[in-house]
Design a protein around this ligand. Sequence first.
Ligand code: GTP
Length: 512
Amino acid sequence: VPVSNIRNFSIIAHIDHGKSTLADKLLELTGTVQKREMKQQFLDNMDLERERGITIKLQAARMRYIMNDEPYCLNLIDTPGHVDFSYEVSRSLAACEGALLVVDASQGVEAQTLANVYLALENDLEIIPVLNKIDLPGAEPDRVAQEIEEIIGMDCSNAIRCSAKEGIGITEILDAIVTKIPPPQNTAKSPLRALIFDSYYDPYRGVIVYFRVVDGSIKKGDKICFMASGKEYVADEIGVLSPNQMQVSELYAGEVGYLSASIRSVADARVGDTITHSSKRAECALPGYSQATPMELREALEKLQLNDAALKFEPESSSAMGFGFRCGFLGLLHMEIVQERLEREYNLNLIITAPSVVYHVNLADGETVECSNPSLLPEPGKRRSIEEPYVKIDMLTPKEYIGPIMELGQERRGEFKEMNFITENRASVVYELPLAEMVGDFFDQLKSRSAKVIASEALSAIRKDVLSKCYGGDISRKKKLLKKQAEGKRRMKAIGRVDVPQEAFMAVLKLE
Ligand code: GTP
């Protein structure tokens, strides 16, 4: 579609006022996602999520809408729901020309909504007021419309009344997006400037950047430069979000899309940075970029939790390690992904200690408390019994490994439940065993007892080669250098700060 038929908008709403429900309805009504597919897609994402331990949430979606026989391209750009991210919200809004202001007609305007409305006004966005949940018996659209008028000072006489749940008023909203929100300016001939409004780290493809082309155009294979970080890359893949990623060959001013360029660190392509061409640079970057501030672990965990609901954490202090957080994961893979993301995306250096489990302690007075640390265990007199979490595991194995696997189960306080031959050579072995016995190196042990070693080699320890600059010559000189090295090492052990590498904690666990 021509640029005059593009509309870029976002939805501003307080939590629970119906942003997601409305977004789903817009996608459904424009045929972007079929109703049946929607559930399906959700499930697919859940699988992916489980596989990778991260939530894939809607960041942007391109919809096709036909009004008066004219096709329009509507881009919905999502804004982070959390108030702490006003910078990220402001960059998402800067990528739009308009916004829907969704207010629950049974509740009214909330303070948090206001902050985002002001950000939208600062970015000169056209705001369309929408009163949602009019199907509720307690809905008072007239009162709430007046409230918006009074608080924000905008005309709400034509505010759209809708029910995202019942699908009432959705067409009116789509029509208003077309008629009220201005199209982007046609600046496709200018040097490229694209605004990054979101990004995430994909373990397979590197950082995926979401952007709005403000000026010029971008093609697959273009050599691009991020103006704030100064980093250069080749755009291996560009595409649109519909809402799944769909590759295209080129994107022009006014359009919204994503790109991947084997970017290793989110810091190279931060939200708010401007993408331009390496060979034909834009004169100045788009306004509004702000430097990253160093993150505390708590901030980083909170931020990560926003798109990874499965991540749980609470403050903890240990006598050996000092302050930290106790985190809950779906499994070791999830843990590794979270660690990787904290290190790569938030520039943190972490030490993760061995996993542990939570016990239920039944007290003498009938109460039950959770206990995750031996030092917190109630005194013997006060407790009646302790319950340990158990898992039921089903191990599928070729029949020759049944023996070693059962041995492992037995060693780990497991209780043998059953064994069935699935085929002549494959069996399923079922055990019930304490979760505490499984969270450590159980899986590694299982693999090492049942996997063949294909190749192995013993490597000697590496030392710094202090003799590298010493060709031939007198043996006493070499001895002197080696002696100096040995002395240096001894001193390091005595006075050096001990850095315990992450691997050490897991390695200790794996010792027999
Ligand atoms: P967050 O994702 O937490 O930010 O919330 P949200 O603003 O996206 O709200 P969401 O769409 O999840 O809706 C919140 C609740 O309101 C859900 O239980 C919806 O089913 C309900 N809801 C949304 N729209 C309507 C509506 O038009 N009528 C009624 N009765 N309920 C609605």
